[in-house]
Design a protein around this ligand. Sequence first.
Ligand code: MG
Length: 463
Amino acid sequence: MGVPVSATSKKLFGTDGVRGVVNKWLTPEQVTRLALAIGSFFKEGSKLLVGRDARAGNSFIVNSVISALLSTGVKVYYAGLAPTPALQYYVKHHDFDGGVIVTASHNPPEYSGIKVIMDDGIEAPRDVESEIEAIYWELKFRRPSWSTLGGDIRRVDDVNEFYIKGILDLLDIERIRRQKMKVVVDPGNNVGSLTTPKLLRALNMKVTVVNGDLSHIPDRPPEPVPENLQETASIVKALKADLGIAHDGDADRAIFIDDGGRVIPGDRSAILLCKHIVKNRGETEPSRVVTAVSSSTLVEDLLRKYGIEVIWTRVGSIDISRTMTSIGAIAGFEENGGFMYPRHQYVRDGAMALGLMLEFLSTERRRLSELYDEMPKRHIIKTKIPIKNREEALKAIEVLKVQYRSKRIIDVDGIKVIDKSYWFLVRPSGTEPVLRIFVESDTEELAKNIYNEVVSTIKDLLR
Ligand code: MG
């Protein structure tokens, strides 16, 4: 998880930007060096938009970032507090060469992080990250002459408003407004509270916000997973709300809670949104969606009848975004609640996902719980086992490939084995020395059996 990184691997960027604990690894010195490398990567005179989430420490981090960027001769525009997708949308639609976002997304509150976006608003591709890392390690910073360093920091004040308007422009507002639903919003004490309640009020919803203060020490952990959302789910139920929506720290994820207080996994809500895009919005070209191997195979099973093909990628939103831009897709998503709607932008976009869900419920005039109940229920096991190093992980994956060679295998990231009544995924984590294991099957018993079989194979090998 953004941990610094051995001097041998020279990798600073993890699955999604550089992450570290504030004032342990992310010190002003460290941030300055990294931002010097980022500024030196962009051409002199480039225009970069900088923004941040509300985490503790981000005030000093963003000031270190801006200071270092200015010294490399780029022009800095500062947006202040904003969700990641709002900054991305602004960069995409204005004349910027890129941006820097100070956020650690869903990580625990002691973390912060830095991510770089390109002029299309999408996260920097892996080769750009490698270039920035090379500049960082070799200390090849651009240091222009004093006489060229003129400009002030320019303040940009309309990032969040511009983002909300962009979402509203894509929706059937009148249809949604007529429903006047009751919605509970849980932005996890972070920047989603600056945009999502406003979007909902513009759509005539009755809004209740929980965990809405921009508090440096949040009331719940930032990751919107079921164990962190039990209180919010009980509020949805108690208020008889139509649905709940929870974000991670930078509000690019949207996790829905149905009117019965059930937290819906992100790949399941994505299936509903894809169905809506095809069935009600009539968007069928190109008829494919992109998702990472960690999503359920239910995605294929349930979207097939709409003629949709599923393209599986590595885990990591950058891989999904870049695959979508190169081959085209009506949507892309992760099982953690990151949903991408390319008509808006090719990045995870929490408030856009919410807008589409409200449009879906208004069009079908049905409750979220009913739609969720129509999906087959599967038993899910998600866990991890420690490993020594990457070589060991790769060896385990090779052995599993042989053992399950008669099954359908997807091997773009670890190994995913698919059978009629179950699937499992074993992949090395991008951020810690563990193998991540996902098993999903029709029954609990089968899930446990498959899990035990896979784990004993791995353990035999590691012994
Ligand atoms: Mg995030």
